[in-house]
Design a protein around this ligand. Structure first.
Ligand code: 6LW
Length: 491
């Protein structure tokens, strides 16, 4: 059957995958968002359904006032002896830790810390032993992919940390994953940085401690220098075998706004690329080492994409998320509506405003929601980070309700089109396309255009960092904001 990349759209970076009991499980990084580490399930590697998050409890991850793109970096998921493990880095506290569960649909354990530095930790299990690797510095001061053996029961190191590979020469060697396939240990990694130069490289060895010999044609997969090419930044991947014995790399990548516009606002997304093992034990990936938009692969499945998101067809605990350490007393979750109470924390603060969001999944969408407000401010934000966000809002003061559009870019804060409303409710409407977000309100059955903001100003190239645009409902002030009839329809 044919599938189209990305297989998961929107801000779901650094995918890692494992198989267990005939299914596949994937995790992604989540930075300042809570709950942390989105968790997905699939039976065919193409259709992925989010089943929850891994880090659902505050004691599992410290996100209090972490910077945007701080917090939870790239996770790895592995399955061993009936138990799932997820290992990651809290970049803000500079700690590597893992959690585990025996039931993927239930809660995960408290964190177990490992005293090895670097980011992008991964686990490899073999013959009762557990190896822990990250990109860091070893006990002799050597930097690269660094490995130690640990006691999986308590995270204690059982060996020194040793640098086992220094990569193929690209900058930012990261995302190590170890596999045993037939006679070799394969160590796959990313280099080049998570932007346009990103690539996947690998090495192999007959021992888990090396010596690792680099694939002679590294990088094995990259879309760098492929211009014009919508898909860029392919890197940071994990190897996985499907039920027909075919191999794939599940990696991150991003889609440019347009062929000739090197900006991306949807964050880094999930791409699936076929891999071929050759007789000499080296493998190749993709179409001449690049990830293409479509592939024909074995299997009898249809690629289904959810195009409509409503309050009724999403679950507050599964698809939605908050910033940092939400005060859940300010949220009243109902099946077909949500009531938010604001605080004095705003969207411009590195803190936890009252905010609940879904990822923006694609360029073209139409989002609408009815809002009733008794005081202060509430609305919908297209939120990249505290400096870059566009907000369509109602504001109520002295019994006057106004609709406004607020455009925030790089610390410049602009409010336009203050429209006085006769009632304290209105429908807020956003139409997105590749180039811009267009904002409207509907009041007294009339649609009023409030203005537009360019997508490129909410892109990673402008705002920096590792996240993508979130579509969020928010509230500020001492108030009650009722949101109803939410619809986000993608084309
Ligand atoms: C992640 C690193 C990377 O830890 O970006 O693209 C970092 N790769 O491996 C943040 O996502």
């Amino acid at each position: 059957m044919k599938y189209t990349n990305p297989v998961v759209k929107g801000f779901y970076p650094d995918p890692s995958v494992c198989s267990a009991n005939g299914k596949y499980y994937m995790v992604c990084s989540s930075f300042q968002y809570f709950p942390g580490v989105p968790l997905f399930e699939s039976t065919d590697l193409v259709n992925w359904t989010q089943i929850g998050y891994v880090l659902t409890k505050e004691n599992q991850v410290m996100l209090d006032k972490v910077n945007s793109s701080g917090g939870v970096f790239a996770p790895t998921i592995r399955y061993n002896n009936g138990r799932f493990y997820m290992v990651t880095t809290n970049h803000t506290t500079q700690q590597n830790f893992y959690v585990y569960t025996d039931n993927i649909y239930s809660e995960w354990s408290d964190p177990i810390y490992v005293n090895q530095d670097g980011i992008d930790p991964s686990l490899f299990f073999e013959n009762g032993k557990t190896y822990f690797m990250s990109n860091g510095t070893d006990d002799n001061g050597e930097s690269g992919i660094v490995q130690c053996e640990i006691n999986i029961a308590n995270g204690q190191k059982l060996s020194k940390s040793k640098c086992i590979w220094k990569g193929s020469g690209g900058r930012y060697l990261e995302s190590p994953h170890m596999y045993r396939i037939n006679e070799y240990y394969y160590l796959m990694a990313a280099e080049g940085g998570t932007e346009y130069g990103h690539m996947i490289t690998y090495a192999r060895s007959q021992s888990v401690w090396g010596e690792f010999v680099g694939y002679p044609n590294n990088p094995v997969l990259t879309n760098r220098n492929k211009a014009p090419y919508i898909i860029q930044g392919i890197g940071h991947g994990d190897l996985v075998m499907d039920k027909y014995g075919e191999w794939y790399i599940l990696s991150l990548g991003f889609r440019q706004i347009d062929l000739w516009m090197p900006y991306h606002n949807l964050g880094r997304e999930v791409f699936l690329t076929p891999v071929k093992f050759n007789f000499d034990g080296w493998f190749t990936a993709g179409k001449d080492g690049t990830t293409a938009e479509t592939y024909e692969i074995a299997g009898n499945f249809l690629q289904n994409e959810k195009k409509l998101y409503t309050f009724e067809n999403t679950s507050w605990k599964i698809e939605w998320c908050h910033l940092r350490r939400p005060n859940l007393k300010n949220y009243h979750f109902l099946d077909d509506r949500i009531i938010l109470h604001g605080s004095d924390i705003t969207l411009d603060d590195i803190d936890s405003p009252t905010f609940i969001a879904l990822r923006q999944r694609d360029f073209q969408f139409e989002l609408s929601v009815n809002l009733t407000l008794d005081n202060g401010e509430a609305g919908v934000t297209c939120y990249m980070c505290e400096e870059e966000h566009y907000d369509i809002a109602l504001m109520k003061n002295d019994n006057k309700t106004n609709a406004v559009l607020k455009l925030n870019i790089g610390g410049i804060k602009h409010t336009q089109n203050i429209i006085h409303l006769k009632t304290d409710s209105a429908c807020l409407l956003i139409r997105g396309d590749h180039h811009a977000y267009h904002f409207y309100i509907i009041t007294e059955n009339t649609e009023i255009y409030m203005g537009s903001g360019k997508s490129k100003y909410l892109s990673s190239e402008v705002s920096e960092g590792f996240t993508g645009v979130m579509l969020g409902l928010y509230s500020i002030g001492n108030n009650t904001a009722l949101f109803q009839n939410f619809q986000c329809q993608y084309q």
